[in-house]
Design a binder for this molecule. Structure first.
Ligand code: FES
Ligand SMILES: [Fe+2]
Length: 327
């Protein structure tokens, strides 16, 4: 897992006041809302004798362990050990790891590190859009699920009867542009075989973001497909553990503003998108090794440039966070 990053980990509607226990980023975590509705996240393991705090309850702004009643504040510190009496000064070592949380655009983010120096940012170009969402768990490492959405070569094969109609097997480029340290876009130029070989990225004309079909990836786990200026697909690839990923797929549009009608259209579009996603799932679940790394035995081709770009940056970020211990 890349450290010192804001990860989307849950949908806002999945966290209520009552504690909820989930595995994310290879750890058992508990989430709950305080009296103001702010979400908090602690390691789901009582410091006393290891019970799941998610079996407990929230009282005021604190989380109470169900076993012997230790009371935790949102930083993970034990404030009260009932067996000692409420006025006992609890030593600092009675503490579990807590993660900074942030909520926006219907998602809960956590900072997988010790101290964030900024808030997470979602895609800033979806103002005025409405969306429908589906989510499901795939039994793959999240790196493989992400790479599938960076794969521009598979579309005419895996999606030959949906989004990949037209036998556009030849892939020019693709062209990659970094927008900042965390986010890159790539332009997709699939075409029908005409006897010429695929153009190198260096031989291509400069891209036009207004007209050319493009996709974006934002580290560590967000993706957007710019179908056109009024229709987008996004995905959050939420790492559960080494073998499981929860995918939150959204269909966004801004061409319909009438409330009920837009809900209906968004839901109908999701039927199609679910079908497309399941075409992907069929192949991705069979990939080995389960986890992708920069140095592995895959032999990539030019069209895999977005995947290689992802692997290189991920490798750098993994190394940067290697010796960082999360407190
Ligand atoms: S195990 Fe939580 S208070 Fe004892
Ligand atoms: Fe696909």
């Amino acid at each position: 897992m890349i450290k010192n990053q804001w990860y989307v980990v849950l949908g806002s509607n999945e966290v209520k006041r009552k504690p909820v226990g989930v595995t994310r980023l290879n750890e058992k975590l508990v989430f709950y809302r305080d009296t103001k509705g702010k979400v908090h996240c602690l390691k789901d393991r009582c410091v006393h004798r290891g019970v799941s705090l998610s079996l407990g309850e929230v009282c005021g702004d604190d989380l109470i362990c169900p076993f012997h009643g230790f009371e935790y504040d949102h930083t993970g510190k034990v404030k009260v050990i009932p067996a000692y009496g409420r006025n006992y000064q609890v030593p600092d070592r009675y503490k579990v790891v807590s993660y900074e949380t942030y909520e926006s655009h219907g998602y809960i983010f956590i900072y997988y590190g010790s101290r964030p120096d900024s808030e997470p940012s979602y895609f800033t170009d979806l103002e005025g859009f409405t969306y429908s969402e589906m989510s499901e768990v795939w039994s793959v490492h999240y790196s493989r699920a992400i790479e599938n959405q960076l794969d521009v070569v598979h579309v005419p094969f895996v999606h030959h009867n949906t989004i990949g109609k037209g036998k556009k097997y030849v892939v020019d480029g693709p062209l990659i542009q970094w927008l900042d340290e965390e986010k890159f876009e790539f332009y997709v130029y699939n075409r029908i075989e005409d006897g010429t070989i695929a153009k190198k990225p260096s031989d291509m004309r400069p891209p036009d973001p207004e007209k050319d079909f493009r996709l974006a990836f934002k580290f560590p786990n967000l993706w957007q497909n710019y179908i056109d200026d009024k229709i987008r697909i996004t995905a959050a690839f939420v790492p559960i553990d080494e073998d499981h990923t929860k995918i939150y797929l959204r269909f966004y549009q801004c061409f319909l503003k009438v409330p009920l009608l837009s809900v209906l259209v968004n839901e109908l579009a999701m039927i199609f998108n679910r079908k497309v996603l399941h075409q992907d799932r069929r192949v991705v679940l069979s990939q080995v090794p389960k986890k992708s790394m920069l140095k592995m035995s895959d032999i990539l081709i030019q069209g895999d440039l977005p995947i290689l770009t992802y692997r290189k940056r991920r490798d750098q970020l993994l190394k940067l966070g290697e010796n960082h211990e999360i407190q």
